[in-house]
Design a protein around this ligand. Structure first.
Ligand SMILES: CC(C)(COP(=O)(O)OP(=O)(O)OC[C@H]1O[C@@H](n2cnc3c(N)ncnc32)[C@H](O)[C@@H]1OP(=O)(O)O)[C@@H](O)C(=O)NCCC(=O)NCCS
Length: 220
């Protein structure tokens, strides 16, 4: 059972990420949130243990065979930070925090905002790829990280006003170009997130795994 200090601070309870064989001693737990991601074949046990089904996370991967086209993008200059944080705060709805009815929207929004703040403060990931229009309006961002020579899209969002205009595709293609010396690309999304699934498929990503996500809140 792994304690997530960063998430616990935002959610206001102790957050633990479980492995399938972890032993849970409920008596010892204070106000907490237990999270587990499991193979889709065996969900029954978790219902019996009182966990709620939250979503199914899909992983998509792609080999960096083709050099993608470079789109016009900028690094996150300080004058864009507030817009980037506002987009992170309001841009997501399908992730496991927004889907958990026991986590309020303000807290779920804050998780995404603080997640991206860590990118701006160089505490997480590589850089932040940002799409800005010629009036200085932030249209979208993509947060990349590299783990074991796999380039991962940690988060990506396009402002509602600019969706379905190819900005997301541009960000993903820029990401692929920048990290085309890695062993491969990877991204996680949710089964309900059709726009993102279509975007990744269009960029040549293919689904490689699926995991159900369960949460259990203890002590309110
Ligand atoms: C996912 C997201 C980044 C896509 O950005 P976008 O700029 O709107 O995407 P694009 O315009 O580049 O579209 C890419 C492809 O996805 C498809 N697509 C995008 N939005 C779609 C929608 N609402 N419904 C169906 N297909 C959609 C389009 O088919 C498009 O392919 P096309 O060129 O053949 O039409 C955007 O919807 C978003 O910010 N969502 C909220 C944040 C989020 O969920 N991020 C993903 C986290 S993993």
């Amino acid at each position: 059972m792994k304690y997530d200090k960063w998430l616990s601070k935002i959610v206001g309870k102790d957050v633990y990420n479980l492995e399938v064989n972890d032993w849970i001693d409920k008596q010892k737990l204070e106000k907490s949130l237990l999270c587990v991601k499991v193979d889709v074949e065996f969900p029954g046990l978790w219902f019996q243990l009182g966990f709620d089904y939250i979503t199914t996370e899909l992983t998509f991967e792609r080999h960096p065979k083709i050099l993608a086209q470079l789109h016009e993008m900028e690094e996150p200059l300080p004058e864009y930070h507030e817009q980037i944080l506002a987009l992170a705060e309001t841009g997501f709805s399908e992730d496991r925090f927004h889907k958990d009815k026991n986590i309020s929207d303000p807290i779920a929004n804050k998780i995404k905002k603080e997640w991206i703040r860590n990118y701006l403060n160089n505490k997480r990931g590589e850089t932040l790829l940002v799409s800005v229009d010629n009036k200085g309006i932030v249209r979208g961002f993509l947060a990349p990280m590299v783990v074991n020579k796999i380039a991962i899209i940690d988060l990506v969002a396009v402002h509602e006003d600019f969706r379905q205009q190819g900005i997301g595709l541009g960000l993903v293609r820029t990401f692929m170009t920048r990290y085309n010396n890695c062993r491969g690309y990877r991204v996680g999304t949710q089964i309900t997130n059709i726009p993102s699934i279509r975007m990744y498929e269009k960029c040549g990503f293919r689904m490689t795994s699926a995991k159900h996500v369960f949460h259990k809140h203890i002590g309110g």
